[in-house]
Design a protein around this ligand. Structure first.
Ligand SMILES: [Mn+2]
Length: 348
């Protein structure tokens, strides 16, 4: 595996020089955060970012993510032009040799939590989700009450978007995803870029919006939509693991054997009730996800791609972007490397 770390670009309070000091970390996962959704990513802009990463003696392993415009997910007429822009971005990645693209196809919201600072018994804080708390959130005046999304949408824009999605059920969303992939995957294939869809987080519908990338059957349906090695997945243990029906090692083994896992997000969560969980430290003993068995399955399947710790807790008084402090993610990536080394060396 390629131990990797997410970096939010030059405005990230965590400098690349710090990431460089985490033992074993070689890959950086980043994106152009200031390009409006739907605009093409030009090669020069992406090349500047790549240069910054390489100047720190790290490699640009994954673009996470190029957001998919809502008009593509809704199947609106504007999608053809937007998909062409998306293809331009993918070609820019290919020209620069950035090999993996993590993206998602969640309507309106991607990751969703109801508490960004849930206190754990040890005094650290973590992101948490409770379906009952979500049901109490009123979106009629915009996203002001939704943790992490306060500034995302004004009331009018959000209500129009939610209304548009009333005509898009899960099957229609699958159709729109297929339409998108049928046009983008061949371009990615030719550009040497592997597409890696991120599962829906959490893996069930929210606010009446469909969510389709939620379980083993969905991931297998996804990879069959366009039968190309360039059409793969990001195996996110925290997202998929929030659903107790998901057998993560079995899913990793199956998709890994198909050669369709191109990237892994490894983190832990603890399920505390129906559609209720909080994030935890990475070790298996801290939560509901058995990361040793997931990594064993990935390794057995021959996976050799980038892996990053996903969200971390806030510990040691650190403040910053929820889920993306330095300290706990650094502990997480060390733990993942420890597991991997043990798996690797016990085979000899
Ligand atoms: Mn993830």
């Amino acid at each position: 595996m390629i131990p990797s770390f997410r970096w939010f670009g030059p405005t990230d309070p965590i400098p690349l020089a710090y990431i460089r000091q985490i033992p074993g970390v070689r890959g950086v996962v980043s994106a152009l955060y200031d390009v409006p959704v739907g605009d093409p990513w030009r090669r020069e802009r992406l090349g500047t970012l790549k240069g910054q990463i390489e100047d720190a003696e790290l490699c640009f392993a994954v673009v996470e993510s190029i957001p998919v415009h809502e008009d593509i997910k809704l199947g609106r007429p504007a999608r053809d032009r937007l998909i062409e822009h998306y293809c331009t971005s993918v070609r820019s990645m290919g020209e620069l040799g950035v090999p993996v693209l993590c993206y998602n196809f969640m309507p309106v919201f991607d990751w969703t939590r109801t508490d960004l600072a849930h206190r754990l018994p040890d005094g650290s804080t973590a992101l948490a989700y409770d379906d009952r708390a979500l049901a109490a959130i009123d979106l009629s005046r915009g996203t002001g009450e939704l943790p992490g999304w306060a500034a995302a949408y004004g009331a009018g824009e959000l209500q129009a978007l939610l209304a548009a999605y009333r005509a898009v059920d899960a099957e229609r969303l699958w159709d729109n995803l297929a339409y998108f992939l049928e046009r983008v995957v061949p371009v990615a294939d030719q550009a040497g870029v592997r597409m890696a869809i991120h599962p829906d987080d959490p893996p069930w519908p929210i606010f009446g919006l469909p969510r389709i990338i939620t379980n083993a059957a969905a991931l297998e349906r996804l990879v069959a939509l366009v039968d190309s090695p360039a059409n793969g997945v990001t195996f996110c243990t925290g997202s998929l693991g929030a659903s107790p029906e998901n057998d993560l090692p079995a899913m990793a083994r199956r998709l890994g054997d198909l050669g369709r896992i191109h990237f892994a997000h490894c983190r832990n969560i603890r399920i505390t009730g129906p559609r209720r969980f909080h994030e935890t430290a990475h070790p298996s003993a801290s939560g509901s996800v058995d990361l040793l068995q997931v990594l064993r399955a990935l390794r057995d399947a021959g996976f050799a791609g980038p892996v990053r710790p996903d969200h971390g807790r806030m510990i040691w008084g650190e403040t910053g972007r929820p889920g993306y402090g330095l300290y706990d993610r650094a502990l997480g990536v060390m733990y993942l490397q420890g597991l991997w080394e043990a798996l690797e060396r016990s085979e000899r």
